[in-house]
Design a protein. Structure first.
Lengths: 250, 289
């Protein structure tokens, strides 16, 4: 797939407000994510980063404004939630777990043919999990589990990929391996949004950054977005809700 | 000797043959359903559903006596109402499934007791409570076999979303809307199997043939398919042994079957190779890599 610059943006936020029980978690966000962008989303805890991803997935109804997905069904977005809630005690193998990534093509009854099995094997190889096919997921380490989930993401073959703190609690080697995958997706002009806390990693690998502190603090080239005065501004965000906060007029 | 104990009862008596067919059909449905109930951490849901069915069956009984059709419809209606109601509330609101289920089955139970008290109690109601596996007539056997067939077909259809919803519900909901449908279809299968089971084992014990074999199988195998097959086999063997115990000792058959399954469970808790007490206490020597 080759897409020229000037394509329709992959995502467009129009004065978007997302939140819980009327309290905003993402406040008045406007802007566009270009097709093929590799965007880091940074900000302090409680800044609305995960909420924004959930909003993009359509799991939260906006309190105000809108999200345009350029005609992409949320079910065609590959989404890795924060600390994915996988039931590790379930008796299922790594192979079957990764096969779930074929859902959109195989669905309820579709067979998993030789080509698909090749793909699964290639995905396992890409994340460095050859030989793990028959392992029950309950026996995996945290890093191996995350590699498994990345293999599944690979198979989903989505144009838009959302990663929520994908590198938490992983060792340097695993992070490097998984970053390679992210770069490969970027090379294939997939649009990637990743919530991250490691500024060094973001500066090294992500061309663009959105700095959120409930309200957007800055959005653009990473070096400028993560400038000290922006970071200071983001840190000043008050985390507490105010029960007596007046209705937002903006 | 062997023949006298294990074979002769089934050869000589028709009611034993019918009971044998009955427990086979029950095991076919209850085994897989129980395995998934356990994997979905809904073991107590089965119990709640059994309570929810009781009033429905009792209402059916009050309306037209010990009639297969009335009892079945009553139980089904009450069970499905509670299952679907709880499922809808859990998905449409913030309340979790366990809390909404508890709310619904308590309402159903109270309603049933209230309606019962209007007409006074009856000894025949023991049939509803504890079943008559030794008195299964043709229509009942057909019903139980039909339920087993429907269950196996339905499980085959919803297998993937059902498994996925157990392992990684967030992922399933991100790629498909089949999760809610599979969940409701599965709950319907739970109700159907409990209703089928109550003719043989009674409303309260029918859940035993689901949960005990499933929990037992978990101590022997680690693979999903093996778990389902193993649970079904254990349910059937418990049924057969339970019938024989009941025949030779003159004990009531329903409790005998469930107690045999219970003994198998306790035995497995201690001796099961997959996480049993002995296997944990004295693990085999560790490997090199």
């Amino acid at each position: 797939m080759s897409a020229a610059p000037g394509d329709a943006p992959a995502l467009r936020f129009r004065n978007l407000t997302l939140g819980y029980e009327r309290h905003p978690a993402v406040h008045h966000l406007s802007g566009e994510v270009e097709t093929g962008a590799l965007l880091a989303i940074c900000g302090p805890n409680g800044a609305g980063k995960s909420t924004l991803l959930r909003g993009i997935m359509g799991q939260l109804r906006p309190l105000g404004g809108s999200i345009e997905r350029a005609g992409v069904d949320p079910r065609d977005i590959a989404y890795l939630p924060q600390g994915a809630q996988v039931d590790r005690s379930f008796p299922i193998s790594v192979y079957d777990m990764v096969c779930m990534g074929l859902w959109r093509s195989a669905g309820l009854f579709g067979g998993i043919g030789r080509k698909d099995r090749e793909k699964v094997r290639a995905a396992l190889a890409a994340v460095g999990l050859e030989g793990f096919e028959c392992r029950p997921i309950g026996t995996l380490s945290g890093g191996q589990m995350q590699r498994t989930l990345f293999a599944r993401l690979l198979l989903q073959d989505a144009r838009l990929i959302l990663l929520d703190e994908p590198f938490n609690a992983l060792d340097a080697k695993t992070i490097a391996d998984l970053l390679d995958l992210v770069r490969r997706w970027h090379g294939e002009r997939r649009t990637i949004l990743a919530v991250l806390h490691d500024f060094d990693l973001v500066r090294a690998h992500f061309p663009q950054t959105l700095l959120l502190a409930r309200s957007p603090v800055a959005w653009g080239a990473t070096a400028e977005t993560l400038a000290p005065d922006n970071l200071l501004k983001a840190r000043r965000m008050g985390e507490a809700w105010h029960d007596d906060a007046p209705a937002c007029a903006a | 000797m062997f023949t006298d104990i294990f074979i002769a009862p089934f050869v000589e008596f028709e009611f034993m043959q019918r009971a044998l067919v009955g427990v086979f059909a029950l095991a076919l449905g209850a085994g897989p359903v129980g395995a998934f109930l356990m994997l979905r951490r809904m073991s107590l849901t089965g119990d709640a559903m059994a309570h929810a069915i009781l009033p429905g069956a009792a209402i059916g009984f009050l309306v037209s006596g010990l009639d297969l059709f009335a009892l079945t419809i009553g139980g089904l209606a009450a069970g499905l109402l509670v299952a679907v109601g709880a499922g809808v509330v859990a998905r449409a609101t913030e309340l979790k499934e366990d809390a909404s289920l508890a709310a619904f089955y308590l309402i159903s139970l109270a309603l049933g007791v209230l309606i019962l008290s209007l007409k006074g109690s009856n000894v025949d109601l023991l049939h509803v409570l504890f079943g008559t596996v030794l008195g299964l007539d043709d229509p009942t056997l057909l019903l139980v076999a039909g339920i087993a067939t429907l269950t196996l077909v339905t499980l085959a259809v919803i297998w993937r979303p059902l498994v996925l919803e157990c392992v990684d519900p967030a992922f399933l909901s991100s790629v498909s809307r089949a999760g809610a449908l599979a969940h409701i279809a599965f709950l319907a299968m739970v109700v159907l199997n409990l209703v089928g089971g109550f003719h043989a084992l009674g409303t309260l014990l029918s859940v035993g043939l689901m949960m005990l074999p499933a929990a037992t199988a978990r101590f022997w195998v680690r693979d999903l398919t093996a778990l389902v097959v193993c649970a079904t086999a254990i349910a059937f063997v418990s049924g057969v042994v339970g019938l024989l115990v009941s025949y030779h000792l003159g004990a009531p058959s329903g409790p005998a079957i469930i107690l045999v399954a219970g003994v198998a469970y306790l035995f497995s808790v201690v001796l099961g190779p997959a996480g049993g007490i002995l296997a944990r206490r004295w693990p085999r020597r560790h490997l090199e890599a």
